[in-house]
Design a protein around this ligand. Sequence first.
Ligand code: CP
Length: 343
Amino acid sequence: RHHVLSLADFTAAEYNTVLQTAASFQEVLSRRTKKVPTLQGQVVANLFFESSTRTRSSFELAAKRLSADTLNFAAATSSMTKGETILDTAKTYLAMGTDIMVVRHREAGVPNAIAAEMDRLGVKVSVLNAGDGQHEHPSQALLDLFTITTLMDPASPRLELLKGKKIAIVGDILHSRVARSNIWSLIASGAEVHLAAPPTLLPKLFAEYILEEAGGRGQGAEGDKLILPSASSPTPQLFLHWQLEPALQNADLVMTLRLQKERMTAHLLPSLREYHQLFGITRTKLQLCKPNVKVLHPGPVNRGVEISSELMDDPEFSLIQSQVTSGVAVRMALLYLLGSGKA
Ligand code: CP
């Protein structure tokens, strides 16, 4: 694999390679000297056409830990304000000797377009999708996977550990690239994935999109559930709920999602108080889940909306800070695997 643009076609072997490589970098990061010379001489350009805190900073730190040189681009302070196009911007970074481009954009498909242009030019530049519109956020889903599986088996995090686990993904699924990437990795693991949101944020159209992306393997809607058996598992794996409780019942993990107000037209934006009452994750609602349930959130968080402030800060349940920590090791793994041509 030359680029990482989506997890829809990731194989179990690829997931496990990323997890094992990330585990070895996590060990490096626990040492006194946290730097390795692996990507010395290579250039990693962070092309962020949309705002970011954790993804941009952790890709930068990951590249630096691997001894790569880093270039950071932010659209607002770039020559795009003078009319330069996205592809011309990418080609400018190519001309400076960039080896890996990490791309975020508010529109779906921009990383793919840059990757296609690099391939058309016949250059050996890799493109990593750091979040494109409502499409995908592969490195986030991979760090979520790493966070969960490392908790289950620190010595050997692997995809298969999630087989049969019930995982609830709750919130603004319609606008969530994180949900889409997580759906692919969790289905590949053999987990049971339960999506829960108000109907405006989990439309039937979304279910049809997932079915289509999955290559027509689905069986269609059934009541308030959509059944999506995968090739590797004949049992239902993806369920849709327009209420929270059935998704939380006996769940092993809960992934909450940010209400993406910036992507919503006014009629989609729920009353925040009502939303928190119905779909906000709180300690009380977690009582429906397995006793040792853990909660994830990709960040940034609307405190007191999709998750209560006290639960967000409760280390007994919240994995939010661990997710951020995992991000560096996982992004080191991705940069290493692409940079050394082993992905
Ligand atoms: N999770 C995530 O993508 O966060 P940032 O927008 O801060 O990068």
